[in-house]
Design a protein around this ligand. Sequence first.
Ligand SMILES: [Zn+2]
Length: 306
Amino acid sequence: MTDTLQKFLFENASVRGELVDVSETWRHVLARRDYPKAVKMVLGDMLAAAALLSANLKFNGVIVMQIHGDGPLRLLVVECDSELNMRATAKLAENAVIPDAATLEQLVNANGEGRFVITLDPKEKLPGQQAYQGIVPLDGESVAVVIENYMLRSEQLDTKLWLAADDNVARGLLLQKLPREGGIGAPGDDLSTWERTVMLASTLRREELLTTDVETLMRRLFWEETIRVFDPRHPQFLCSCTREKVGTMLKMLGQEEIDAALQDLGKLEVDCDFCGQHYEFDSVDCAQLFVGGSPEPLAAANPVKH
Ligand SMILES: [Zn+2]
């Protein structure tokens, strides 16, 4: 069983759609760490949403979707790159007790301090280019609504999302009204198509999304519409952690801190939050990190030549 992302376009209209099934990827995430039921639903929704949003990105890089919470759930992270390689993790507050029926607000926005963050990080940056980051308050009672509000405010794009996740399945549907281009369709046509397709999709219940495959959903919802369907793509779980990246992270702690930790523990052990990969650095490995001296932060931060 492979995961599927199906893009489509409504003929004569400026509306695009995507259906995604990331259940296999989702089971990889859950195989490494189990989460309380309410957390699973939010993280699974985010996984489906990240695949849907990244499918329309026009750059080679990674989209990172995060929720920073102020309640029992501290952090949710989902990453998806241009090849639809995905990974996800969540961090709970210490000793957090999370009821099955906890709402998004109770989980991550108990004091109104929760934040939704989207980062677009190109793989090969042009000189001076940085990752783009959008940070907004958690405006909405579900992941879908939070993202819809974000897309409207930050990207000026009318977007509708239907997301559903449980222990086994994570699926989603996206509809987006494309910026109107001259000469397409009759005047007002895109508006009515937008409203019609949103109405059709709104008949979709969570249970139906969880129990129906992408192909059947497409037929069931839009059988009366003329649709251009693109070749399906296949998201998959793949963690981008490497020993080198862990080493870089350790190096950023500074030699003093590393030496103190080595003194206490004999060696440093790091487990990847996303895939569980275990990394060990003994004193020789740590010494290697600092070979060639410390990086030169001034030169790196200020590449201007005089
Ligand atoms: Zn990893």
